[in-house]
Structure formats: structure tokens, C-alpha cells
Design a binder for this molecule. Structure first.
Ligand SMILES: NC(=O)c1ccc[n+]([C@@H]2O[C@H](COP(=O)([O-])OP(=O)(O)OC[C@H]3O[C@@H](n4cnc5c(N)ncnc54)[C@H](O)[C@@H]3O)[C@@H](O)[C@H]2O)c1
Length: 455
């Protein structure tokens, strides 16, 4: 595929084609200031563009305009970069979509959940953002969908809304591409900068303009493709990971039942250079992994019904229930029932050292324990409140009088547990480790009843 006269897409790699986009006076708008939108906005501001972020949540807009990141967690470099870009006037935020009338580039980075009941993507935010963008779109602007979407969405949902609202034609009057994000909380800036990126336009000119734009911030390779391929790649890479985790969980369950340690199995399997078994665990969470398999499947609805990724979802979704069964079995060994037992959940966030609680396995675990009559107490050093749960920030307070500790998240703090001290605070010394955070033999030696996923 060749774009215009200027560059051959097959050979386009960062370094071999530097188009040298002149950033002076160029304006970029980022729609959606969440875990992805904030670092993306800061990176483009750093690259020299005048950046405005739009969000419907006024509190986020206020915080960003003060130079404060709206979320917490261990996010190297982000707080400093954001503060610096706001202070030097390169980055600001607003709830007012009229700024798009002056934008050269618009990035869509709103949430794209999946509704398991209707088995359809829940595109309320995406549709609403596209409508507001379309109403303000001017000729010549490049719109890029960074959100993860089901295959076909850029062409079949985003494009018609933008065209209808603007009266402009995509690919001719304005340009449209998808450049799915690959970030992960804890590595937001790093991943935006260094990971390779796939960029697919609805036509070659859109692809080319998007490549030009991302060359400003990307140190990884930029791979040109078309919009639907980029969408399939993004959802496939997350479905792939979900299936791999489900495999590790399946082997963990198998090992538990025959008295073998899954972590030793994993280590020895991975001695073969082309085997890369992932870690099993208490469940899969986050905004992306639990829904991206379904987005991928939705894209082929009526044409192909995937079986493997559906089973993988089922296995991963079953892990919190399994954690609850491990708590139950350990309490039974201690001569207690779950009913009335105080169970301390370590970690409400789904990922280590972040405050991101979306689809955290802690929620179904807490629910399962409550159904059995347990009294859960939640500790998390990063999360202040989520889904009506306010975790304690003080670890001792959370453990005091507890009958069982269930480790759901591998926050760094939990690796430093002083087991003697923990035992002295607990009413019944039980540890159920969902993340291989504590040493099993050490726990048993110290007098704990121990259970762990795959051990
Ligand atoms: N979080 C990740 O690690 C990650 C990684 C890769 C891809 N993604 C994808 O990126 C997208 C965004 O994810 P996120 O984690 O940043 O989500 P998020 O929920 O943290 O942020 C989305 C933001 O969009 C705002 N928003 C919603 N509707 C809006 C509207 N109409 N106008 C303006 N703002 C609006 C929300 O208020 C919110 O601040 C999703 O599609 C996700 O799948 C996320």
C-alpha cells in the first residue's frame, strides 16, 4: 500500500521516515481524561502541540487545570509532566466541546465497556462523544479513535455519527483513523512512548496523517494498516492474554487437586525457551481484559462464534469464587464456619500499586463471602472509595481481630508483611494467597493455616 507520493506504508518505521510534522500553532484535543487520556494529552503537549482535554466530569477538569492528576497510584513521571505542561500553558482542560472548532487533531479516549446482559458493547460514552465532536468538527481535522472498540466500530459507528453531525465527508473533508492504546496502569507514559503502535485509517490519507501525528510521541515502531485490522489486533492481543491467564488458572486448579505447586510447574515449563506460561491468580480485572474478548467476539457476531475465548472468560471469572472456597476450607480446618468470620481482603484495586478498581476480582469475592455470612474488611493503600466500599488505609487496623486474610492484589506493601506481627493481630491465623505474595512454608512454620491459588 502506498500513500500519496511521499511514503511507502510497508516501509514506514520510526527512524526511516521522519516526516517532521511542524507543531507550531497546531491544536490537539483529547476527549476523555481517564487513565489513557491524561498521559496521552501530557505527551502531546510535551511534543509541542497546544493540547486541550475534554471531559464531562467537572472535578477532573478542575484538577487537571490545577496541574493535578485525577487518579493516584505509582505512575512514574506522570504527575511531574502533567504539572509542568499545565504550568507552561501547553495543556488545559474543559467541559466545552467548542474547542474542537479550532482543533487540527481530535483523539477519542472515552471508556468502551461491554454489556454482558445484552451482549453488546455499551457505547453510550463513545456515541455521545462522537455527536459532540461532529457538531464542532471543521474541515481538515484528523479524528483518531484511541479507545478499544469492537472490529468495525470506527467505520460503522464513529464515521456515520461524525458525518451526520458535521455534514462533512470522512476521508475527504476530514480524516479518520484508529490507533488503539496499549498502555497499562503503572507504565502509562512508558508504554505510550516505547511500545509499537498500529495505526489504521479509513483511507490511506487518514492513515498517513495519523502516522505523522504519532511520530511526534512514539519511540516504538508505527505500523500502518487499515482501521478494522487495527481494531482486530487490539482486541485480539487482549483476548490472547485473557486466554493465556485462563490456561494458567486451569493448571493451577488442576495442581491444587493433586498436591503440586503450580508455580514450580510454571517455572519448569518456562525453562523451554518457547513456553511462556503466565501467572495464575485470584481473577482478572481492569477496564480492558474482561471486556475486550467480548468486543472481539461481537465484531464477528453472526459470522463466527468463538468458543475458546468464551471458556477462558468463564474460567477467569470463576477465580474469585474459588478464592472464597479456599477461605471456607481454611476456616473449616481452623474449626470455624465462614458465617460470622471476619475476613480481611488485601487489595481492592485490580492491579498492583494502582487505584484502578474497575472489574476488580475483589468485588465478586467480597460478595461471595458476604453471601456466606462473613464480615469482610477491605484494605488498600491506594483506593479511597469504590462501589460504596471504603477500604482502610491502615493495615494493622484492617488485620486486627481478623479470622482470615485473603490477598487479592499484589501491592508492594503486602510483600513486606511481618508474619509474626500479623499473627499477633489476628484472631485466627489464616492466609489465603491469591497472588503468590507470601512464602507458603514460612506461613506454615509461623503457625498459619495456608491456602493459595495453585498451591
Ligand atoms: N486503562 C487502560 O489501561 C487501557 C489500556 C489500553 C486501552 N484502554 C482503552 O482506552 C479507553 C479509555 O480507557 P480509560 O482507562 O482511560 O477509561 P477511563 O474511564 O479512565 O476514562 C474515560 C474518560 O472519558 C470520560 N468521558 C466519558 N464520556 C465522555 C464524553 N462524552 N465526553 C468527554 N469525556 C467523556 C470519562 O468521564 C472518563 O474520564 C477504553 O476504550 C479502554 O478500553 C485502556
Amino acid at each position: 500500500m502506498t500513500l500519496g507520493n511521499s511514503y511507502n506504508l510497508r516501509e514506514v518505521h520510526r527512524g526511516t521516515w521522519c516526516l517532521g510534522l511542524d507543531t507550531s500553532g497546531k491544536r490537539l484535543v483529547v476527549v476523555g481524561l481517564g487513565y489513557v487520556g491524561v498521559p496521552v494529552a501530557a505527551k502531546f503537549a510535551e511534543a509541542g502541540l497546544q493540547v486541550t482535554g475534554i471531559d464531562i466530569v467537572e472535578r477532573k477538569v478542575e484538577l487537571i487545570n490545577k496541574g493535578t492528576c485525577p487518579f493516584t497510584g505509582d505512575e512514574p513521571g506522570l504527575a511531574d509532566l502533567l504539572e509542568k505542561m499545565v504550568r507552561n500553558g501547553r495543556l488545559n482542560a474543559t467541559t466545552d466541546y467548542s474547542v474542537i472548532q479550532h482543533a487540527d487533531y481530535v483523539l477519542i479516549v472515552v471508556e468502551t465497556p461491554f454489556d454482558l446482559r445484552s451482549r453488546e458493547p455499551y457505547y453510550k460514552a463513545l456515541r455521545s462523544a462522537c455527536k459532540s465532536i461532529g457538531k464542532n468538527l471543521r474541515s481538515g481535522t484528523l479524528v483518531v479513535v484511541e479507545s478499544t472498540v469492537a472490529p468495525g466500530t470506527t467505520n460503522n459507528i464513529v464515521r456515520p455519527i461524525l458525518e451526520a453531525e458535521s455534514g462533512l465527508k470522512a476521508g475527504e473533508d476530514f480524516f479518520l483513523a484508529t490507533a488503539p492504546e496499549r498502555v497499562m496502569p503503572g507504565k502509562l507514559l512508558h508504554n505510550i512512548t516505547y511500545l509499537d503502535r498500529n495505526i489504521g485509517g479509513i483511507n490511506p490519507e487518514s492513515t498517513g496523517r495519523a502516522l505523522e501525528l504519532y511520530s511526534l510521541i512514539a519511540k516504538g515502531n508505527l505500523h500502518p494498516t487499515d482501521a478494522i485490522t487495527a481494531e482486530v489486533v487490539k482486541t485480539t492481543e487482549n483476548a490472547y492474554r485473557d486466554v493465556q491467564i485462563a490456561f494458567a488458572n486451569e493448571i493451577a486448579l488442576l495442581c491444587e487437586n493433586i498436591g503440586v505447586d503450580v508455580y514450580e510447574v510454571r517455572e519448569l515449563v518456562n525453562k523451554l525457551e518457547d513456553r511462556h506460561m503466565l501467572m495464575p491468580g485470584a481473577g482478572v480485572g481492569g477496564h480492558c481484559l474482561p471486556k475486550d474478548s467480548w468486543l472481539l467476539a461481537f465484531g464477528t457476531r453472526g459470522k463466527h462464534e468463538p468458543k475458546l475465548i468464551a471458556v477462558a472468560r468463564e474460567i477467569n471469572d470463576g477465580m474469585p469464587r474459588h478464592m472464597s472456597e479456599l477461605c471456607e476450607s481454611a476456616l473449616r480446618e481452623a474449626g470455624r464456619g465462614v458465617y460470622g468470620s471476619r475476613i480481611t481482603i488485601l487489595g481492592l484495586a485490580y492491579l498492583r500499586n494502582t487505584d484502578d478498581t474497575r472489574n476488580s476480582p475483589a468485588f465478586p469475592l467480597i460478595k461471595a463471602l458476604e453471601v456466606l455470612g462473613a464480615i469482610p474488611t477491605v484494605h488498600d493503600p491506594y483506593v479511597r472509595e469504590a462501589n460504596g466500599i471504603k477500604p482502610l488505609a491502615d493495615l494493622d487496623e484492617a488485620i486486627e481481630g481478623s479470622d482470615c486474610i485473603a490477598i487479592v492484589t499484589e501491592h508492594s506493601q503486602y510483600y513486606d508483611l511481618d508474619l509474626d506481627h500479623v499473627k499477633s493481630l489476628m484472631r485466627t491465623p489464616i492466609i489465603v494467597d491469591g497472588r503468590k505474595v507470601v512464602d507458603k512454608e514460612e506461613c506454615i512454620k509461623k503457625g498459619f493455616i495456608f491456602r493459595g491459588i495453585g498451591r
